[in-house]
Design a protein around this ligand. Sequence first.
Ligand code: CS2
Length: 476
Amino acid sequence: MTRLSDATLSALPAGVAQPQYDRSAVKPGVVHFGPGAFHRAHQAAAFDTLLAQDSRWGLTGVSLNSRGVADALNPQGGLYTLALLDAEIDYRVIGAIGRVLTRDDPAAILGALVHADTRIVSSTVTEKGYCLGADGTLDFANPAIAADLEAARSADWTPGSFTGWLVRGLQARRLAGLPGVTVLCCDNLTDNGRKLGAATLALAEAIDPDTARWIADNVAFPNAMVDSITPATDDALRARIAAATGLEDAWPIQRERFTQWVIEDRFAGERPALDLAGVTFASEVRPFEKAKLRLLNGAHSSLAYIGLGRGLETVADAMADGELARFAERLMREDIAPSITPPPGLDLDRYISDVLARFRNPAIRHLLAQIAWDGSQKLPYRLLDTVREALAAGRSVERLALPIAAWLRFLAGAANEGRTITDPLAAPLLARAGDWRHVLTMREVFGELGSDARFTSAVEAGLAALEAGRLKGVAA
Ligand code: CS2
């Protein structure tokens, strides 16, 4: 089968959408770290729409951890196919990414960062990629950060971490007399832009205080809320794409049709007209972030750990389990929603109903095992902050503790069977998993909550309920 590329775009059937602009005229305006499935399904699709109006916002991808995306996309000139999964499936070839760089070519990464056309540096490096501690500040003990500090003793250093690359690139821009950039974090962290900004300044301060001052004056770190359910690529998708396009695509992507991106209107220099692509610019993004992270992602992680414990495989399967679906709905409406002050215009009841409907989307096979990755990094933002606020307000945490109990059982099950899990803290978690109380003492995950008796007794009750095959707190 012929491979997807600029030369073969003309062979695409009429029903498959393709770039509505001259790709050879595109200039890269954005350097994006972490061009994985979520970035390609979400932000790159928005830039692809924008490029039809303004050719100065092409994307250069940077993969720091693996060559997979570069090897798949570069021979295709950066092109790939996106399937929008709904009652009807739409196919669209995205052309926003010009090339993908890897750590094997640090000079090219630096060259992209220090290019006059680059005005945005964005990231989807997942929660763990920011090397933050439990308090949300840069963890200087993280091996990647420690290695960068060591490397930065030489002027011509090559960073390993994303934050290291930001400092290195911004330092080089300052020395080259170039303007600052907007650093746009697109990961599911509360207050993501502010946290990344503080982490970058802290690292710069330790490496080169002049650059730290320059960053404070010239670089913006807007907060952003990102949302679109993006199941990992599977063989079914590859087969579907080959049939629909007639071309071979080494790494197609799928997502639900729904997509939302709210960006704080705080740019250093020019703001791309992403509103043309449905993006919202807002003066305050935190209420959107909080609603999305706690309701959607909080419920997702709950369905994942409880559902896996019940032998279920996908989010849709979990929603087809009446007891579990009712539990998730009550958790959202009665336990999570009270911690959220919705932004103007957002009706929380309706938002919850919409999220539940998205989880039920029968066209999507979203594996619970995928959502279960990196629990130690996700749960603090998704559920533990809500637990803290509920305790402070004197509300019950009985239901909120149940998904945490399910995670502890998930860890114990893996440890028992000698399986490993995908989590940067896999080793300490699995070493403690035989005794759940021992896991709760990990301050880097639970902070002070691990020694709060109201929380630990709710977790204990949750473990007993799960053991007995019940979901506590579900109306009969
Ligand atoms: C999911 C998210 O994998 C996960 O942990 O909860 O990727 C979720 O699908 C997205 O945040 C939706 O916007």
